[in-house]
Design a protein around this ligand. Structure first.
Ligand code: NAP
Ligand code: MG
Length: 401
């Protein structure tokens, strides 16, 4: 069989631990036999990040801007224990944070739905994609523990020296205050990434804040979204047959639970932090969550939502059998290959991605799965496979499709 040809390389960001092992297995078993795979390879494994003083992470982000599509393996975010384990020169920053900052991107997370793994919310028959604004608010706050009686004020001093001053509270005794901020530019980038992704995936976009209570702060989010929608996206949405829907956050939560899914839910930073864990858990399992970083200029980086599965890796190093679920990492590859196919007009590549995803789903639905999936599946005698056997089972399903 002739291999599918590619014209533009994917930016390939290799990673750490168990997912690095799966990465190679996926390439060997599921990609290289079928595709004349073109990638520009960046080794984001912690050892190499340390050797390059993390330059490799910045280089991979620049390459993503250049080529437009990247696929990333999970990577270690170093903490004190990792500094010791890898004898690091520094506690390097999270690669995801670095790449997100370089691309000014928004992360979209969606579950992979499979028959036999029922969402806890039974009417969710389609995936709900969460988009979390990843800048500001309470994550960049300034706080004061008020020691006793006194006045708390909010003061803005303009570059021109002009002052705006508001009293927050006249304290009669001890208390707390918090200062948070956001920027119009960051909110606008977030809005554009959301509108673009909605158009790209032909799904409705929901957005919610608490603008009735926060009449300036939250209202500003609402206004920026509405203004960008009206001036740049309204017609495109109408011709794509999709909707932009704004409501209050508490109303949104109630509607999400009653819905059948199938839309994108854009969340402010804190709402996204809370709701993405709620939605992920309700759909079943972290190992079945996909993740894509989208920049406002339309650059895409695909990855799995889970980490490097450290516990399994230590078993693997001891020569013990592992049963690690590779589906989310495979979907990172298929997401990137499909996008490359769309951008370069290579229909075979897009069709390959669709077929490989169907093969993953069918393998599990036919009762062959990893240990963690068997624990949440309603399938009656599931065959539990090890990490490599599972990938080989997907290949067998793929070949038979
Ligand atoms: P994790 O890798 O997501 O794994 C946590 C646990 O979830 C695992 O121990 C395993 O449970 C289960 N799990 C996750 N993915 C699985 C899969 N594909 N198949 C089967 N089980 C799976 O999180 P972590 O162990 O807390 O973090 C490990 C490293 O990953 C950390 O260094 C962290 O910095 C990094 N991390 C990276 C990213 C990223 O690059 N996007 C995201 C998160 C974390 P059992 O052990 O019970 O089987
Ligand atoms: Mg969180």
């Amino acid at each position: 069989m002739e291999k599918i040809r590619m014209t533009t390389p994917l930016v390939e960001m290799d990673g750490d631990e168990m997912t690095r092992i799966l990465w190679q297995m996926i390439k060997d078993e599921l990609l290289l036999p079928y595709i004349d795979l073109k990638t520009e390879y960046y080794d984001l494994g912690l050892k190499h990040r340390n050797e390059t003083d993390d330059q490799v992470t910045l280089d991979s982000a620049e390459a993503t801007k250049k080529y437009g599509v990247a696929v990333k393996c999970a990577t270690i975010t170093p903490n004190a224990a990792r500094v010791k384990e890898y004898d690091l020169k520094e506690m390097w920053k999270s690669p995801n944070g670095t790449i997100r900052a370089a691309l000014d991107g928004t992360v979209f997370r969606a579950p992979i739905l499979i028959k036999g793994i029922m969402p806890y919310v039974h009417n969710w028959s389609k995936p709900i994609t969460i988009a979390r604004h990843a800048y500001g608010d309470v994550y960049k706050n300034v706080e004061i523990k008020v020691p006793g009686a006194g006045r708390a004020e909010l003061v803005f001093t303009g570059a021109d020296g002009r002052e705006i001053r508001e009293t927050i509270h006249e304290f009669a005794g001890p208390g707390i205050i918090q200062g948070i901020h956001n920027t119009d530019q960051s909110i606008a980038s977030f809005a554009k990434a959301c509108f673009n992704y909605a158009l790209d995936t032909k799904q409705d976009l929901w957005f919610a804040t608490k603008d009735t209570i926060s009449k300036k702060y939250d209202h500003n989010f609402k206004d920026i979204f509405q203004e960008i929608y009206d001036t740049q996206y309204k017609e495109k949405f109408e011709s794509a047959g999709i909707e932009y829907f704004y409501t209050l956050i508490d109303d949104a939560v109630a509607r999400v639970i009653r819905s059948e899914g199938g839309f994108i839910w854009a969340c402010k930073n804190y709402d996204g932090d809370v709701m993405s864990d709620m939605v992920a858990t309700a759909y079943g399992d972290l190992s079945m969550m996909t993740s894509v970083l989208v920049s406002p200029s339309g650059v895409y980086e695909y990855e799995a939502a889970h980490g490097t599965v450290q516990r399994h890796y230590y078993k693997y190093l001891k020569g013990e059998e592992t049963s690690t679920n590779s589906i989310a990492t495979i979907f990172a590859w298929t997401g990137a290959l499909r996008k490359r196919g769309e951008l370069d007009g290579i229909a075979e590549l897009t069709a390959f991605a669709d077929k490989l995803e169907r093969a993953c789903v069918k393998t599990v639905e036919d009762g062959r799965m990893t240990k963690s999936l068997s624990l949440i599946s309603t399938c009656e005698n599931p065959v539990i496979l090890n990490s490599l056997e599972f990938i080989q089972a997907i290949r067998a399903t793929f070949d038979a499709l």
